[in-house]
Design a protein around this ligand. Structure first.
Ligand SMILES: CC(C)(COP(=O)(O)OP(=O)(O)OC[C@H]1O[C@@H](n2cnc3c(N)ncnc32)[C@H](O)[C@@H]1OP(=O)(O)O)[C@@H](O)C(=O)NCCC(=O)NCCS
Length: 217
């Protein structure tokens, strides 16, 4: 049988990936998410009492324009919150509530779900009440959650999909240093309409080398 040709660069890439994964900070995030702090905002696990404020923040016309429809009742959000905790305990998913300084309840959320069972490839999604758009609340939150996903969970490739027409969603991802890799044609069904989405990606190696544009904002 013909031997596989040895490719030195593959060996180096594998070593680098092993080194990066060995830099993962251990945390029992499956049992309980740590509280993360960023400028003017705290990120924490969702609580049942976030249901009503999240319903008010995330079900408006402008927030839902380009995302899969959120629950439409307080009970629906309560069930969603309970589901996030079960998924987290199973090691498949985390969801941080975004709590701006001076607030008690979450005004938005950032979700990260595993696309591979070891979480090496993951997808994230997010939404924030529109009164907080453009305030830096999302940007500051996103930086610490991406850092958590890469350094603590061990994500190698963090993907995001944003409807091409979603100016703020795409702008926010670009600001975070995500790279546009493709356009996924007709990949989102939203309000009965099929939309193209941009596939964005942040690689752990890029993030560790230089957390993007941290100094510019
Ligand atoms: C996506 C979301 C969390 C981003 O938060 P945000 O506070 O609006 O984001 P930011 O203001 O930090 O960044 C948006 C950037 O896009 C830019 N932008 C690009 N095109 C834009 C457009 N057509 N309209 C408005 N802003 C646009 C903004 O100027 C801003 O960049 P700047 O800070 O350099 O000026 C928030 O808009 C949201 O919840 N949207 C609804 C849910 C959603 O679409 N989720 C994303 C799914 S991928």
């Amino acid at each position: 049988m013909e031997a596989m040709p040895f490719r030195a660069e593959l060996g180096e890439a594998a070593t680098l990936e092993r080194q990066n994964r060995s830099q993962v900070v251990s945390s029992d995030w499956r049992a309980a998410l740590p509280v993360l702090h960023a400028a003017g905002v705290t990120l924490r696990q969702l609580r049942t009492r976030d249901a009503a404020p999240l319903l008010a923040m995330l079900t408006t016309e402008e927030v839902t324009r380009f995302i899969s429809p959120p629950p439409t009742t307080v009970e629906g959000f309560e069930r969603f919150i309970a589901w996030t905790l079960r998924q987290q305990a199973a090691g498949k998913y985390v969801c941080f509530g975004i709590v701006p300084r001076g607030h008690e309840a979450a005004v938005g959320l950032i979700q990260v779900r595993a696309l591979e069972s070891d979480f090496s490839r993951a997808e994230w999604g997010f939404a924030v009440g529109s009164e907080f758009w453009g305030t830096g609340v999302f940007y500051e939150s996103a930086k610490v959650v991406v850092d958590f996903a890469i350094r603590t969970i061990g994500v190698h490739r963090l993907e995001a999909r944003a409807a091409v027409a979603n100016g703020r969603g795409n702008g926010a991802l670009m600001k975070l240093g995500a790279i546009q890799e493709a356009v996924l044609r007709q990949s989102l069904l939203c309000r009965g309409q099929r939309m193209d989405q941009v596939l964005w990606c942040i690689l752990d190696v890029d993030w560790r080398r230089e957390p993007p544009r941290f100094r510019m904002h």
